[in-house]
Design a binder for this molecule. Structure first.
Ligand code: LLP
Length: 429
């Protein structure tokens, strides 16, 4: 939960010292809210847990807009991007390209050229085809490119199958087993415009245990030692990815420090005599921004279905938060003004034309009525980032709060923006 979310003596919620009814009146609903103090505190938990020269890269796919960049820079963390759009967002806001890592299992040629032209620090290659293309494009640009190889360590992180990435069937990276990763190392070492400096693994997301990370690190180090024997190549970097979850509904999970405690010893212990201990890196996304974000909605309708289910229908839903429908993700909802009356069991439904557009199912909340405000907590990661214009409903604005003031991070919404790029086509009669 956001650190600054409080209820005043009249039972009204505020975030960052700003009352939520005031924010709704000023900016409208639905509205994404980001609590700057919580983002800063979560970043610091990571930077405290990761001692230099080891590195923290924030995974921009969890939440990114230009206003976040100065906060990342102030915290001294780098950025992981996966598209030209994320890269341009960061560069346009003044992010040091040397602190950017470029990921993704499909990078287009124009995105690769942009990365080379802008001086991105490292690229994480995902396939043989991509390695060849980096070599060719770097040659065209008259330079070399620093590359890490994305490896699939074959561990099960015990999370939803849609957000598992390090298992043997993964579409990402090279599997450690079977010779593909070994061949990729050999190839990367041969390519004249590619400078191989590291290995990368990301095993999944919303992970609440340390063990799969330790296992992945062990597999990576064993592979690195095998490649050291085979090619005399020892990595300068070992990136263990992101994925640390936030505990939901009674779950518990490690803190960044508890997670990373083992890494330094593991990496040192896995380094062959005479070689330099690799710098290890992590790429947290969700654990930095999830709890900092809330979505503020207005109740439009309250109705009872044939089976007695009470639906509280709000003015947003799967367009601004696809996670319940896509991953069966569970959220907590709170009325903005604590109403009198006994809690009843209701389902918070969205406005989109889809039965699965349910934000929170079977939750106990005091009676809510049309026009009441409601917040869904912990929506800061993969909410705005995965928003869509389904049903041609525009994406809500993002407003940040800090020390009693609010500022717009992302403008919106304008109803006409949903057709702004449409062409009028006249058909021959
Ligand atoms: N690094 C890499 C290479 C990644 O692919 C990801 C996430 C991260 C770091 C950050 O992971 P995090 O710390 O945020 O778990 N849309 C899904 C999550 C997909 C994660 C994709 N990769 C969701 O809403 O649960």
């Amino acid at each position: 939960m956001a650190d600054t979310l409080t209820r005043d003596k009249d039972g009204v919620l505020s975030l960052g010292g700003v009352s939520l009814p005031d924010l709704a009146a000023r900016y409208g609903t639905p509205l994404y809210l980001m609590d700057v103090a919580t983002v800063t505190a979560r970043l610091q938990a990571w930077t405290d847990a990761v001692e230099p020269p080891n590195e923290v890269y924030f995974a921009g796919k969890a939440f990114l807009c230009r206003a976040l960049i100065p906060i990342l820079q102030k915290a001294g963390v780098g950025l992981d991007v996966v598209s030209g759009g994320e890269l341009l967002t960061a560069l346009s806001a003044g992010m040091d390209p040397a602190r950017i890592t470029f990921h993704g299992n499909l990078k287009t040629t124009s995105e690769m050229r942009l990365a080379l032209a802008s001086g991105v620090g490292r690229v994480v290659a995902d396939s043989d085809e991509e390695l060849t293309r980096w070599d060719r494009l770097a040659a065209d640009a008259g330079r070399t490119v620093e590359v890490w190889l994305r490896l699939t360590p074959g561990v099960d992180p015990h999370t939803h199958r849609y957000i598992t990435t390090g298992h043997v069937k993964s579409k990402f990276g090279w599997p450690l087993e079977g010779g593909a990763a070994e061949a990729a190392v050999g190839r990367a070492l041969e390519l004249p415009h590619v400078r191989l400096t590291g290995y990368h693994a990301h095993i999944g997301s919303q992970i609440l245990e340390s063990k799969p990370y330790v296992e992945a690190a062990e597999h990576m180090l064993a592979f690195a030692r095998a490649m050291h024997q085979r090619y005399r190549f020892w990595p300068r970097y070992l990136d263990l990815g992101g994925g640390l979850g936030i505990p939901v509904a009674g779950q518990t999970g490690p803190t960044p420090r508890e997670l990373t405690e083992a890494f330094t010893a593991l990496v040192r212990g896995g380094t062959p005599d005479g070689e330099q201990v690799p710098v290890w890196a992590v790429e947290p996304g969700r654990s930095v921004v999830a709890e900092a974000g809330l979505t503020l909605y207005r109740v439009g309708v309250v109705k009872r279905a044939g089976d007695g289910t009470v639906y509280v229908v709000v003015d947003g839903g799967m367009g601004d938060n696809i996670r319940p429908a896509l991953y069966e993700a569970r959220y907590r909802a709170e009325p903005v003004r604590s109403p009198a009356g006994e809690p009843g069991i209701v389902t918070i439904a969205g406005r989109y034309c889809e039965s699965g557009d349910l934000l929170v199912e079977d939750v106990a909340v005091p009676a809510l009525e049309p026009d009441d405000l409601l917040v869904v907590l912990d929506t800061g990661a993969y909410g705005y980032a995965m928003a869509s214009q389904y049903n041609r409903v525009p994406v809500p604005a993002v407003v940040a709060v800090e020390n009693g003031t609010s500022s717009v991070w992302v403008e919106g919404p304008r109803w006409d923006e949903v057709h702004a790029r449409d062409k009028t086509v006249s058909w021959p009669s």
